[in-house]
Design a protein around this ligand. Structure first.
Ligand code: MN
Length: 207
């Protein structure tokens, strides 16, 4: 169980086959303005890999892109919409197929409106994660220990949560609906990037 920090790309062969948990850290919430600083990735076996991109990076990361674009590898996210947009904008790949624990949570945990990662990890797994470094300077040339641990913890529990949420989706008869939502997420991310960020194009409202 270790956290590995890599510069500009993932080394070849560090991930076991199968689904990977993915998260990103950026300079902010406006994707085209706020550069991608870090991609975290884990195969769920206990290690987390952090790939840091420096200011002025060309985002030439063939190993990371190959994993993200691999159609045979499911990508697990919490709020995939944001990560998919950042990855598509900066790395130029659509990181699908998708399982989003936030969407799954909204479809089964209808008894609460608390769908943040911290709340979900606490309820489903009984573990505590810190969100203290969420809005720290991810563009710094050296990431401190607290940032590395925070970044790693964001992908540490996604496999376990996917398994629990998949059972709950099945129980509530919403597996197919969830899958349809996951399949739509790359298009939702494209809408964000192409000018419809908060606009619901399915709404009856014409504005
Ligand atoms: Mn994160």
């Amino acid at each position: 169980m270790a956290v590995y920090l890599h510069e500009e790309d993932l080394p070849e062969g560090v991930l076991a086959p199968g689904p990977v948990a993915v998260d990103t850290e950026t300079m902010g919430l406006i994707t085209p303005r706020d550069r991608l600083c870090l991609v975290q990735i884990s195969d769920g076996k206990g290690d987390e890999h952090l790939v840091r991109f420096a200011a002025g990076s060309t985002f030439d990361a063939p190993n990371l892109k190959a994993v993200l674009a691999d159609p045979s590898r499911e990508k697990l996210y919490h709020f995939a919409r944001f990560d998919l947009a950042a990855i598509e904008h900066y790395l130029g790949v659509v990181a699908a197929p998708v399982f989003c624990t936030k969407i799954a949570s909204k479809l089964v945990r209808t008894y609460t409106d608390r769908h943040g990662l911290k709340d979900l990890v606490r309820e489903l797994l009984g573990k505590e994660i810190s969100k203290q470094q969420q809005s720290s300077d991810w563009g710094a040339s050296e990431l401190n220990e607290a940032q590395r641990e925070y970044a790693a913890s964001d992908v540490r529990y996604l496999h376990a949560m996917r398994d629990i949420l998949a059972v709950r989706l099945q129980r509530e008869g919403r597996t197919d609906l969830a899958q349809a939502c996951f399949d739509f997420l790359p298009a939702r991310a494209r809408l964000d990037l192409e000018g419809w960020p908060e606009h619901d194009i399915f709404s009856h409202m014409s504005a």
